[in-house]
Design a protein around this ligand. Sequence first.
Ligand code: B1M
Length: 211
Amino acid sequence: MEILEEVAASVEKGDSASVKESVRMAISQNISAEEILENGLIKGMESIGKRFKKNEIFIPEVLIATRAMKAGMDIIRPLLAESGYKTKGRIVIGTVKGDLHDIGKNIVSMMLEREGYEIVDLGIDVPKERFVEIIKKENPDIVGMSALLTTTMSYMREVMIAIDEEGLKSRAKIIIGGAPITQSYADEIKADGYAADAPSAVILVKKLLKT
Ligand code: B1M
């Protein structure tokens, strides 16, 4: 099997060890990091996305494949940076303070990464100060907040206020999502956008960044 096909197949199987091995093998064959990303890692995830859409596989398989893709990304990321590879945009994403749910956020991140955006994942339980700090430090194009609890969604408003108070509102587009979130809540807290699911998040980001 050609080595990039092996990278893609290993992502699809969710086999992190095999992804790492085949990515290293591709590098040793002088295949560029861009090619490994586009024709190996992303190709594998595309196939996972299609199978997920057709209900042939479910969330656990998607998450395992995402982890495998990340294992490959970790190896090629420094090479991409060296070669000046331009992503379509930088997206910071996190689940807000008090909330530990991250399955949806991870699927959204995975789909955006697959589309060629750079993801800075802040994880779960993220306080407003961290969102403010990361906008100053990382200059993201988009800041994404996720919340799954009715008790934590109100924290998104606090983050918006903190970003505004620091004069950072114009520095990045703010998008929100999660099961209890609605477009009207996004409008109420003056977020730049809301997405109901991961494919809609991709459409929203493309629209906001004109990419
Ligand atoms: Co929790 N939980 N949970 N839970 N949990 C819910 C959310 C709940 C609806 C269950 C219920 O009661 N029926 C309920 C919330 C009720 C409410 O507030 N209305 C609930 C509760 C109450 C709790 C605890 C309080 C339970 C307790 O301890 N008493 C507790 C809270 C912990 C905390 O966060 N502080 C708790 C804990 C947990 C677990 C840790 C056990 C686990 C989380 C594991 C993890 O995430 N690593 C968990 C889980 C798994 C769930 C359910 C079962 C599944 C959530 C999920 O992953 N869905 C959930 C019930 C349910 O939804 N059936 C439930 C699948 C995922 C793909 O969908 O996250 O909606 P979702 O993401 C979607 C979209 O929302 C959107 O795209 C995603 C992909 O399509 N999206 C975005 C999400 N983020 C986005 C961001 C965007 C754009 C789109 O832009 C930035």
